[in-house]
Design a protein around this ligand. Structure first.
Ligand code: HAM
Length: 438
């Protein structure tokens, strides 16, 4: 049997699992719809070159890649961002701006398996192209919060850590670091949460030890948790770029406050994101208890469309992963009962009645009522047991006596009450009942 098991990190999806996943997708799709995002889709298999040097070394190392029968180097997509840049880039001239797009799809990364991380997973991606100002960030962070709030999650359950690669570069420049040194510091910051002080070896290896006063200022920047604290720390540096950037920070946070989403967003410069293409604001969503890995991540990537052969087109986006998100809903008891019960179960007298029953069964199904019936002739007792176990609210009893009189019995399985209904009135009766008028 061993050779027929799933590959490590790949998930099978039994109906109850799929019911949960579809529930997530439905709500995310609905949120994207009300925000005016249009849905797109794209291939899961892409040329390997699409990811080389674009996604960042971590994702590159995790690619599921191989050579196809035509000798092409290909990879299963580890993320959507390069693909959507290609799609938008190819039609940039004809698309109405701002371009607001979303997708839901499956992605593959050869990762070490852990709670909330697999080798295949789904993401909801939302991106805006063609808007250079922080208005795009505002719209996307609002959508991200809405995608969570739609499930009843509150600011007690999750939060968004908002950071900014530009601000880091301006800050490090004001401290006297050149660009290569600043880039290395960002690598250190990316690993600092996980590795602590050991993260600084990346800097030491490249440029020698970081002077203690600089290290202290970097750690102080990492500790900032509010806009006033950020403003206070940056004011003495006096750089114009810093002041202009802080105005954009104020714009983002004030707008999210005005929407009522202020309490979901925390200033946190500890997030710089490992992906290679981010250029400005970056953000990640986490659960408040800190039990789970990142729930979502994104940011601005103004150079990627051009790098992939398209026009110069500013872009911002994010992706939510389904695995950690499902764990969060489960932890908070926010999974709805995802029942697939029929509305009506038909109890059928015998072979002769079955043919007559098909008329009711078909008419009800055509009217949108979920109907089940036993596929084989069964004793009444067994059928009633099956009706009760199915979770149906009504049983339709199509016995020989009733049908001969032109009626069927409709039994309310919850209340154990029963009425006789003329055959022609069954659909209206059942629909009335299901609509709550019965
Ligand atoms: P990312 O941070 O690599 O960003 O992934 C986004 C989310 O996908 C993560 O927060 C996590 O929930 C989920 N995820 C990532 N890897 C795995 C895995 N191995 N197993 C389960 N879930 C995972 C991106 O992918 C960017 N392309 C997002 C983006 C869109 N940026 C701009 N637009």
């Amino acid at each position: 049997m061993a050779s027929f098991q799933t590959l490590p990190g790949f998930r099978e999806c039994y109906p109850e699992d799929l019911a949960l996943r579809s529930h997530l997708f439905r709500r995310w799709r609905q949120a994207a719809g009300v925000f005016g995002f249009a849905e797109y889709d794209a291939p899961v298999l892409e040329p390997l070159d699409l990811y080389r040097a674009k996604s960042g070394s971590e994702i590159e190392a995790q690619l599921f890649s191989f050579t196809d029968k035509g000798g092409r180097e290909v990879a299963l997509r580890p993320e959507m961002t390069p693909t959507v840049c290609r799609l938008v880039g190819a039609r940039a001239n004809t698309l109405r701006r701002p371009i607001k797009w979303f997708s839901i799809g499956e992605f593959f990364r050869y990762e070490r398996m852990q709670k909330g991380r697999g080798r295949c997973f789904h993401q909801f991606n939302a991106d805006i192209f063609g808007e250079a100002g922080p208005e795009a960030e505002i719209e996307l962070i609002a959508l991200l919060v809405q995608c969570f709030a739609a499930f009843g999650l509150t600011a007690d359950d999750f939060y968004i850590r908002l950071s900014d690669r530009n601000l880091w570069f301006y800050y490090l420049e004001a401290l006297g670091l050149d660009e290569p040194r600043a880039r290395t510091v960002l690598t250190v910051v990316d690993r600092y949460e996980k590795n602590g002080d050991a993260a600084f070896t990346a800097y030491t290896d490249a440029f020698g030890p970081l002077p203690e006063d600089l290290k202290a200022r970097i750690l102080a920047f990492l500790g900032v948790k509010s806009l006033p604290a950020l403003e206070a720390m940056l004011a003495p540096l006096g750089a114009e770029k810093l002041a202009a950037r802080l105005a954009e920070w104020r714009q983002v946070l004030t707008a999210l406050d005005a929407m009522g989403w202020g309490s979901f967003v925390t200033v946190d410069l500890g997030v710089v994101r490992g992906l290679a293409y981010y250029t400005g604001f970056v953000f990640e969503a986490f659960d408040r208890r800190g039990d789970l890995r990142a729930l979502a991540g994104g940011g601005r990537y103004d150079n990627l469309v051009k790098k992939l052969g398209g026009p110069d087109l500013p872009a911002v986006g994010f992706a939510i992963g389904d695995m950690t998100f499902s764990l969060l809903l489960e932890q908070r008891g926010l999974l709805p009962p995802l029942v697939s019960a029929p509305d009506v179960y038909c109890v059928i007298g015998g072979a002769a009645e079955r043919l007559m029953a098909f008329r009711e069964i078909h008419a009800l199904r055509a009217a949108g009522v979920r109907v089940e019936y036993p596929l084989r002739d069964l004793a009444f007792g067994k059928q009633f047991k099956a009706a009760a176990e199915s979770g149906a609210r009504l049983a339709l009893i199509l016995g020989g006596d009733e049908l001969a009189r032109g009626v069927v019995k409709v039994r309310n399985l919850g209340q154990r009450s029963e009425v006789e209904v003329p055959r022609d009135a069954v659909v209206a009766h059942v629909r009335d009942f299901l609509a709550g008028n019965g």
